[in-house]
Write a protein that binds this ligand. Structure first.
Ligand SMILES: NC(=O)C1=CN([C@@H]2O[C@H](COP(=O)(O)OP(=O)(O)OC[C@H]3O[C@@H](n4cnc5c(N)ncnc54)[C@H](OP(=O)(O)O)[C@@H]3O)[C@@H](O)[C@H]2O)C=CC1
Ligand SMILES: O=C(CO)COP(=O)(O)O
Length: 320
């Protein structure tokens, strides 16, 4: 069984490396020929995952037709770019198993990854790979547990194929819940970064994680996700990782905001567009998500961090 990874960013490179190290037949597609050369000639992705030595068996290509010959295709592009990319190339994805690895909600459609795949590549079968795993940890071969969500009849086979000796995938049939957890935790991580950057303390961060989780569960339940998906790796697991580590780009974005620095717009920070999308989705669904609303307003520069904190603290007292 062959695997291709579409998108040679940090996460795509890490997954490809993990499978190549495990002895599997894996190819990675990059749009940038410089990245292809760096991986094939120097065994390093100098732009997106510098400093990690890659397996010599990992081959990169900028030929999308060649990359899409594989049986299983891992989509590792930023969420807001996925739909246009799939639409433009949909004939190449016909009949393929497309495993979406993006963590976000699409701003234009308010859809999650699996619906974006269904709409943009209707002849493909979607699955979701999500959960707590930093690219750098996975690429270094550190033990990681994540969620593979799939309602395909050969879900067990896919789980076997995509797991390695150190990348342990737990199977779920709840794609909506799994992808929501991964998307929503990024918004909470921005809030945690901001709290820590502004020196508001670890107690405040614990409050944000807990109340943020409560919002995540509320929206997920409304959208039909299973409760256990949100308390599993793809929800609570990833929330814990991202809200407490400065390896996280979402956390770092928030930290910069908290210290008054302007975050680097070139860094993929899924929580920014997702905060806007989720605030819109929550309003449309009549689900109360005050923290997400604040982060959406903060990242649009409509309010300051002090106003966001004041807004949250002045809400009526309530039962937990
Ligand atoms: N990094 C991590 O630890 C994890 C990331 N994820 C998720 O994976 C997704 C990708 O993240 P990550 O790899 O880290 O991001 P990066 O910013 O490292 O890489 C993004 C990749 O997407 C490519 N790309 C961007 N726009 C397009 C486009 N329009 N067409 C084709 N290729 C494009 C970039 O190409 P180029 O280099 O040429 O710009 C780059 O290779 C995100 O949704 C993220 O949340 C999930 C788990 C962990
Ligand atoms: O999703 C991640 C780890 O599970 C990576 O988070 P960041 O995109 O914030 O770096």
């Amino acid at each position: 069984m062959s695997i291709s990874v579409i998108g040679a960013g940090a996460f795509g490179t890490a997954l490809a490396q993990s499978h190549a190290t495990d002895g599997q037949d894996v190819k990675i597609w990059a749009r940038n020929p410089v990245t292809v050369d760096a991986i094939n000639q120097h065994h390093e992705n100098t732009t997106r995952l510098a400093g990690v030595k890659l397996s010599e068996s990992l081959r990169a290509t900028s030929d999308l037709a060649e990359a899409t010959e594989a049986d299983h295709i891992l989509l590792c592009l930023p969420m807001q770019k996925l739909s246009a990319f799939l639409t433009e190339n949909k004939t190449l994805f016909r009949g393929k198993m497309l495993i979406g690895c993006c963590k976000g909600v699409e701003l234009t459609s308010l859809s999650g990854t699996s619906d974006v795949i269904r709409n943009a590549a209707p002849d493909a079968t979607p699955a979701i790979l999500t959960g707590p795993g930093f690219a750098r940890d996975i690429a270094r071969g550190l033990p990681t547990a994540m969620t593979l969500a799939c309602d395909h009849k050969d879900a067990d086979g896919l789980q076997q194929s995509l797991s390695t000796s150190v990348l342990r995938l737990y199977l779920s049939d709840d794609m909506a819940g799994a992808e929501l957890g991964g998307a929503l935790k990024n918004v909470v991580a921005i809030a945690c970064g901001a709290v820590m950057g502004a020196g508001l303390g670890e107690s405040a961060r614990a409050a944000i994680i807990t109340r943020g989780f409560s919002e995540m569960q509320r929206l997920a339940a409304h959208l039909g996700a299973k409760p256990e998906t949100l308390t599993g790796l793809s929800g609570f697991g990833d929330l814990t990782l991202t809200c407490t580590s400065d390896q996280s780009r979402n956390y770092k974005y928030g930290f910069d905001v908290g210290t008054g620095k302007i975050p680097d717009p070139k860094i993929t920070t899924e929580g920014v567009a997702t905060a806007q999308a989720v605030a819109n989705l929550a309003e449309k669904s009549d689900v109360d998500m005050p923290l997400t609303r604040m982060i959406a307003a903060l990242t649009r520069n409509e309010i300051t961090l002090s106003q966001a904190v004041e807004g949250l603290l002045s809400r009526p007292l309530r039962k937990e």
